[in-house]
Design a protein around this ligand. Structure first.
Ligand code: SF4
Length: 345
């Protein structure tokens, strides 16, 4: 019953996106990875650019990591891009560049979790795996009246089994995408529009009137605020950059960043690294919110003496060179100040 209602509705009301047409598993995979933690409307432009630059698994596997990160710049959660490239290389090495169609093989690839495995296999190969994301969890918990906390493995598995049980013999990808679309447009968190919903007649939460309270979830911890000094250190017509090694924003280029440190601590740390510089002025402030932390940034212009060598591990770049480096969105305000006010002096 669920599948029939869903597919009839989907035929008339599905959302149309550029990445919805092709059944090529590589293209489905790229779009599914991009769609994690990113709004669907935002993904379209990135998807077009990325798949033009890397049209197949082999081109992604052969690319320079910096080029992949550059093509991903602005989408955030950069480990997704790095893992995609690792994954493309494994597919080339182990499967001759052909995306596998077996659940265990796909699930074992780097950066591919149960959700991505199920969505790629169902959409590209019509395999009966429910793609359990936030939308499917919300819609299924409401329709089938699951009122226990969905963050526990047992309840998550209960919902996955419901999805599996209700999956039609054909059009498995459409079944998943119909649930995603209803979750994204009608069965919204907090404010479901039951009057407009094709599942109203079979929905337990709608009948009992507690749909806005479902699904039951653990309270999320708020992100931790961190004070970050962003140092734009100039030397002649160049500015010092550093490539991040930390898990957060790994591989991307930033100005020199110092968390929760005062000016004296920063200067002595820099001296130890072979960078002697002076603070010239505070240029501005910026805030960037990650999932688990908030960077409260103060941006400084600094100067390093021209006769000093740039130590290993840092790059001194011109304006043009900076434009080509993959930089995170968290650096957007600092980068603008650098471009507008530092490079012109
Ligand atoms: S009837 Fe209401 S609660 Fe049930 S699936 Fe539809 S929108 Fe969600």
């Amino acid at each position: 019953m669920l599948a029939e209602l869903l597919l009839n509705w989907y035929d008339l009301h599905q959302r149309r996106f550029v990445f919805r047409g092709p059944k090529d598993p590589y293209l489905v995979w790229v779009s599914e990875i991009m769609l994690q933690q990113t709004r669907t409307e935002t993904v379209e432009d990135y998807y077009i650019r990325f798949t033009k630059r890397f049209p197949d698994i082999r081109s992604l596997a052969a690319a320079d990591e910096g080029d992949v990160l550059k093509a991903w710049e602005g989408l955030g959660y950069y480990s997704r891009a790095r893992n995609m490239q690792k994954c493309a290389r494994v597919i080339c090495d182990k499967y001759g560049g052909i995306f596998p169609d077996d659940y265990e093989k796909v699930r074992a690839l780097p950066g591919i979790g149960p959700y991505t495995t199920a969505s790629v296999l169902s959409i590209a190969f019509d395999r009966p795996y429910p793609a359990m994301d936030g939308n499917l969890t919300r819609v299924l918990s409401r329709v089938y009246g699951v009122r226990e906390c969905v963050d526990t493995p047992a309840v998550a598995e209960q919902l996955r089994r419901i999805g599996e049980r209700e999956m039609p013999a054909r059009r498995c990808g459409d079944f998943n995408q119909a649930l995603m679309d209803i979750g994204a447009t009608i069965c919204l968190p907090g404010t479901p529009d039951c009057e407009a919903c094709p599942l109203q007649e079979i929905c337990d939460a709608c009948k009992k009137g507690d749909a806005p309270a479902l699904p039951v979830k653990k309270e999320a911890k708020p992100p931790v605020p961190v004070s970050v000094s962003v140092l734009i250190i100039k030397q002649g017509g160049r500015v010092l950059m550093q490539q991040r090694e930390q898990t957060l924003l790994k591989g991307l280029w930033t100005y020199l960043l110092f968390e929760n440190k005062d000016r004296d601590q920063i200067l002595s740390e820099l001296k130890r690294a072979g960078i002697e510089c002076v603070f010239l002025r505070e240029m501005g402030k910026a805030v960037h919110v990650f999932t688990h932390r908030i960077w409260n940034m103060t941006i400084f212009e600094c100067e390093m003496r021209p006769e000093l060598n740039v130590p290993a591990g840092y790059l001194a770049v011109t304006k043009n060179e900076m434009e080509k480096l993959p930089m995170p969105v968290a650096m957007k305000a600092a980068r603008k100040l650098c471009m507008d006010e530092v490079f012109v002096r």
